[in-house]
Design a protein around this ligand. Sequence first.
Ligand SMILES: Nc1ncnc2c1ncn2[C@@H]1O[C@H](COP(=O)(O)OP(=O)(O)O)[C@@H](O)[C@H]1O
Ligand SMILES: [Mg+2]
Length: 229
Amino acid sequence: MDNSLTPLMSLQSVSKCFHTKTSKIEILNNACLNIYKGETIAVVGSSGIGKSTLLHIIGTLDKPDSGKIYFQKNDLFSYGDEEIASFRNSKIGFVFQFHYLLQGFSALENVMMPGLIAHKKKKIVEKSALNMLERVGLLLRSSHRVEDLSGGEQQRVALARALVMKPEILLADEPTGNLDQKNSKSIHALIDELNKELGMTVIVVTHNNELARMMKKIVTLADGEIIPV
Ligand SMILES: Nc1ncnc2c1ncn2[C@@H]1O[C@H](COP(=O)(O)OP(=O)(O)O)[C@@H](O)[C@H]1O
Ligand SMILES: [Mg+2]
């Protein structure tokens, strides 16, 4: 079989609900999505529809109630917790909507964290972290503590942290939500460069039309299904 036709990831009939005391919110209802290597996908849709939840499920940070998610031909949720964590650390870079940087640590230390967790040599990790901080335009801020940086700068540190291990798949939840137009443009260019340079697969949730249009495919969530726009 031609490998180029096999999706890198495949969501098959994925369903997810949240229960509150009084109601049940259906987020995904037998949703399907094939994600091919090197593909770029924008997820758009109104607030509260379930875009962040979808991204968390693709990134194995949350589990579906039913359905399967394959990475190549492996059923991810048949793995044990440790195997899932190791899959996530080695393959996925995540930029969260609320960036979750480690307070009290410098920008450089935050960006070095994934490499140190993966037991890479400190000197090598430091070099790649500085390189990535330079690419997001923050080299001169590398020794600043993250809480002393502006919202937009913190978002760029979070992006550098997601990209430092050159992940196969970048999942970014409104990565330019806090940025002005100039900074947004440079982040869009960086995502585009890394997609071309590394064949990095990119899935972004975004309200930014310019970023959405840069992606090869745009999908939206409606009635719990993932629908091409
Ligand atoms: N852990 C949770 N428990 C209960 N409800 C949740 C939880 N996470 C999200 N929700 C609800 O699910 C819906 C979708 O949330 P979310 O995925 O964050 O939407 P979006 O990113 O599209 O704005 C919202 O109504 C939200 O309040
Ligand atoms: Mg969201």
